[in-house]
Design a protein around this ligand. Structure first.
Ligand code: SF4
Length: 286
């Protein structure tokens, strides 16, 4: 494996051209919706917003969990705003999206984890002719909440494992690796027409063999689509980058995932689960 370094390579610094993102910024802020692009300080914001795509974040802007890698605000969540569904639907229409990607903060305070809100939005977006990809929390393993979302028939049901099992205590202390796999397996078993998707970040201290293990576990759980990208710490207070994974290693992960017969594989330094999600879906839907 490559040498560990804590110096950010030049490629990891992406320029944000304010003029290119301004129209989408105005539209989204005017619509009163949240995006994970901003909340998680995604390095791809300039590129994605520049091509008029974004990933909506619902159920408010405050997460009830505190994962070591994530920049989304954590704390006491606010009551669910039923008007959010209409606002997101309007913003998705105004952006001209054909494939809408929706994620959320974790809402462990809600009895259904926010599943009903997800379902209402999926149905609303389908009603205006858009396909939908959700990236959900684990719903604390609550089968009825998972089923509620999957029964609304999103074209893609995503749930990220985020990292290898050994690093859960520091990266996802309130989550459980086996439980996350079980979310994907449940959707695939009960709603086979839903494509399932998961992603993980590398460069957080994992070994290559552990990544291979995750890929095997995802396939065994019936996961159809996998993404692997370089972790970039959103601030100095977050889990540090242990190292920058080399292009050759990314190539090796991609080749391995392709051999494992995932339906789609997206692997690269800037890959995030929602990165170019519309293009991945368009290829699969052909
Ligand atoms: S990769 Fe996803 S979260 Fe990041 S800017 Fe693009 S759409 Fe937003």
């Amino acid at each position: 494996m490559a040498v560990t370094t804590d110096r950010k390579p030049r490629w990891a610094k992406r320029r944000l051209e304010l003029g290119r993102v301004a129209p989408v910024h105005r539209l989204l802020h005017g619509a009163g919706v949240h995006t994970v692009c901003e909340a998680a300080r995604c390095p791809n914001l300039g590129e994605c917003w520049g091509r008029k795509t974004a990933t909506f974040m619902i159920l408010g802007d405050t997460c009830t969990r505190a994962c070591g890698f994530c920049a989304v605000a954590t704390g006491q969540a606010t009551p669910v705003d039923p008007g959010e569904v209409e606002r997101v639907a309007a913003a998705a229409a105004a952006l001209g999206l054909r494939h809408v990607v929706v994620t959320s903060v974790d809402r462990d305070d809600l009895s259904d984890g926010g599943a009903g809100h997800f379902a209402a939005l999926i149905e609303r977006l389908h009603g205006q002719g858009q396909t939908v990809e959700v990236l959900t929390p684990d719903f604390q393993g609550d089968g009825s909440a998972i089923d509620r979302v999957a029964a609304a028939a999103p074209e893609i049901f995503g749930h990220n494992v985020e990292t290898v099992e050994r690093l859960y205590p520091t990266m996802r202390p309130q989550a459980d690796y086996a439980q996350s796999l079980a979310v994907l397996a449940r959707v695939k078993q009960r709603f086979p027409r839903c494509l399932t998707k998961s992603g993980l970040m590398v460069g957080v201290g994992e070994e290559a063999e552990e990544v291979v293990e995750v890929l095997r576990d995802l396939r065994a759980s019936g996961c159809d689509i996998v993404t692997i990208g370089q972790y970039l710490a959103p601030t100095g207070h977050h889990h540090p980058v242990e190292r920058y994974v080399t292009p050759e290693e990314f190539d090796a992960y991609r080749a391995l995932a392709e051999q494992m017969a995932f339906l789609a594989v997206a692997v690269g330094p800037f890959v995030r689960s929602s990165y170019n999600a519309d293009e991945v879906w368009a290829r699969l839907a052909r």
